[in-house]
Design a protein around this ligand. Structure first.
Ligand code: AMP
Length: 402
């Protein structure tokens, strides 16, 4: 089936085709009819499956034409500023051949432009919960005209402690709305919210929510704790990457790794929530444009971020929650592109590694980096008996960036 077979509007199909999408992805095939029919939806899908278009295209089709000076008719709530900005950009791109407008509201920046946009009237509003509540309290936004509400990445909103704020926002939305609920997993803590927020929903589950995209090659690199950074440097040196996203557990750790990589002549930037909004935007834009080949990030800042052509994800620290492993490595191999995910681990991380392997349902290959001067590491004795070194490609200049 093609984009033409669902009753999506011509302008929106034109928009999506001009972005180079040829065929709908599986979640899109299943979500389009549900969203267009007006039914509520609970959807779980792996990251990078195309869920933004799965809800965006039918929503924009339904909104059809801009209403000048009107109240917002669609609200999309996102857990992080980066995700909100990404979804807003996607909505703009999808609707570029229509006159529909979209507004973006998140914290860390001034209120002026956001208030002006609201006053002029935006058809869709993409927001993070905190800033939207500020606008509600100040009376600069009215959600009584919301026809379609999208709660995106709800499990992450739960992790970040946003559920009370989400509930307060939902209470202010029109009761006769359509609600679309997207979450990678639906843990028991979310059951109450789902029952309250959606009515008679269609359920869509795409693939096993636990399994990372099949286009990603994984490898574990055991090493002694003191050699973690040296191994990271050696991996970068020996790998033919176009852009690398490195994950650290803490913000301080991310800053330290970025500084050390910089002093080793890497073009690198850090992304985490202690940086100002301008710094975060510069980091993301710079990484997307190729100004920085390497970005060092924490989980929250990087969740769901869509950067075309991330060729490698390196976990400098093993994630403590197995689902974060799937989200982290989901930053590469997106939309059927291939990608590599390396995880550096020490003896102390073994317990987390085992949990990750259990969660994703497969064992990850242990690798030894050829030519690296390993100190003794107990893991080699038991974990990597004679493991053949993986042939890593020599680094060439950033030539493969799309
Ligand atoms: P998402 O899961 O919405 O973050 O999308 C992941 C990536 O897939 C983004 O780069 C989208 O632009 C891309 N994408 C989504 N749907 C399609 C499609 N039908 N064809 C090609 N690329 C797509």
């Amino acid at each position: 089936m093609s984009f033409l077979d669902f009753g999506l509007s011509e302008e929106i199909i034109h928009g999506v085709q001009s972005m180079g999408y040829v065929d709908p992805s599986p979640i899109q095939l299943r979500a389009f009819p549900v969203v267009l029919s007006g039914r509520d939806l609970i959807a779980s899908a792996q990251t990078g499956t195309g869920k933004t278009a799965a809800f965006g295209l039918p929503i924009l089709t339904k909104l059809a034409k801009h209403k000048a000076g009107g109240k917002p008719r669609c609200l999309v709530l996102e857990p992080t500023r980066e995700l909100a900005a990404q979804v807003e950009t996607a909505f703009r791109d999808f609707s570029r051949f229509s006159d529909l407008t979209v507004g973006l509201m998140y914290g860390g920046v001034g209120y002026g432009k956001q208030r002006e946009d609201l006053k002029a009237g935006v058809d869709s509003l993409v927001a993070t919960p905190g800033r939207l509540l500020d606008h509600l309290e100040q009376g600069s936004v009215d959600l009584s005209g919301i026809e379609i509400l999208v709660l995106d990445e709800v499990d992450r909103m739960l992790d970040m402690g946003f559920l009370p704020q989400v509930r307060r926002i939902v209470e202010q939305c029109n009761k006769n709305r359509q609600t679309l609920f997207f979450s990678a997993t639906i843990p028991p803590e979310l059951q109450g919210l789902t029952q309250w927020v959606v009515r008679d929903p269609a359920i869509i589950e795409i693939g096993r929510t636990h399994s990372p995209a099949e286009t990603i090659t994984h490898a574990l690199y055991p090493v002694a704790r003191d050699q973690k950074f040296d191994l990271l440097l050696a991996l970068l040196e020996k790998t033919d990457y176009s852009s690398v996203l490195i994950f650290c557990r803490t913000k301080v750790g991310a800053d330290q790794i970025a500084a050390k990589l910089k002093s080793n002549k890497h073009s690198v930037v850090a992304l985490h929530s202690n940086r100002t909004q301008n710094e975060r935007m510069d980091a993301l834009e710079g990484f997307k444009s190729g100004k920085y080949e390497v970005m060092v990030a924490t989980d929250i800042a990087a969740r769901g971020i869509d950067v075309a052509g991330v060729s490698h994800v390196i976990n400098f620290d093993v994630p403590q929650h197995p689902e974060d492993y799937v989200h982290r490595i989901g930053r590469t191999g997106r939309a059927q592109n291939v990608g590599d995910a390396f995880t550096i681990f020490t003896g102390e991380d073994l317990e987390h590694v085992v949990k990750i392997e259990y969660f994703i349902g497969t064992k990850i290959a242990r690798q030894k980096l050829e030519g690296f001067n390993y100190l003794y590491c107990a893991l080699f004795a038991s974990e990597v008996p004679g493991s053949a070194p993986k042939p890593v490609r020599r680094k060439t200049p950033a030539s493969r960036r799309r």
